[in-house]
Design a protein around this ligand. Sequence first.
Ligand SMILES: Cc1ncc(COP(=O)(O)O)c(C=O)c1O
Length: 388
Amino acid sequence: MKKTLIRPTSLSPNSSTPLVSPIIQSNVYVTKDPSTLDKIYNGELNGYTYAREKHPNAEILARRINILENSKNGFITSSGMSAISAVLLSLCRSGEHVIAGDQLYGRTSRLLQEDLPRLGIKTTFVDTTDYKKVQESITKKTRIVIIELISNPTLRISDIIKISKICKKNKIMLVVDNTFTTPLSIKPLDLGADIIIHSITKLLSGHSDVTLGYFSTNHSKIFNRIYDFAVTTGLTPSPFECWLAERGLNTFEIRFHKCQENAEKLAVWLQKRPEVINVIYPKLNNHPDKKIFKTLFNGNSCNMVSFELRGNRSVANKFAKNANQISFAPTLGDVGTTLSHPASSSHRSLSKAQRKKMGITEGFFRVSVGLEDIEDLKNEFKKGLKDL
Ligand SMILES: Cc1ncc(COP(=O)(O)O)c(C=O)c1O
């Protein structure tokens, strides 16, 4: 080997393969000649060209989520928000109209409210738990309906089957953000969604050390359009993040089952506490959408519990400080339980009256339940509720 050649060879050939996916950090790929490169670009040969277009670690991760979601085509993006942006910005034209759930993740609502109008795209926000409101809001210009199946943080459920029928009848694309619900509870593509989105950042990767997203659709033309937009605008992920997410995904199923089991137990326990005036969890008998929930969710649920304390901000501060072993952090899906206070975080931009209408008071908390021993968790909550 000449010392002057900087990249002369790759690994020597060998007869074994690594058990774990290697991290392939290279941002560019070497091909034999221009014709081979041409064939890769045209999709006639498998291969990679440039990491922003696609790379092995993203492909491995996408393939695994495709299996969970019964999807033919999925693509990894640099965050959940980049997946949402790629879908909306690649598919909507100026003059078109979107119908969106009125309790979507805050940044999704912001994108629809603040950014898309500058491009001439208007949104009507409706309570999608009442599917008739979706029907009533359709105009000739409606292109997309975007929903989350369990709303955040009030955990109301939208009937995907009824909404997808309305969308099909009116030739409108149904986009479902399946982050909260996950493919273990529900597979939106099987129930009539055209496109699904994930923030892999949350339950799928599960360790709060990754920021990634995913979109998927079985319509190949639509897939190509969103893919091209994501690649052109650089909404694509790094190999290392994808590798970490793949590692987290290995335990997703077992984590999800344990977390939702803990969530149900915590919800039942919270209901009995005098300091708590309301508990929201889809499996509880008082949940307003219990019937749709039973039909749609295969006996599964989610790891999120919301509850309301009797009292104002000072009571909320005291609870968060007292329960100091539970991380007070505005996220969800971590291996550990995290607590969030929508009035001071995700819903802070709404007026007090708007929050009140949604049931989000100063005493309202959302819990993303983790893998702890349930008795330890109850003890920590007991500590939090003491002397409120
Ligand atoms: C339901 C939902 N969708 C999308 C997002 C955005 O995901 P990311 O933070 O990965 O951009 C979030 C983030 O909290 C979310 O909760």
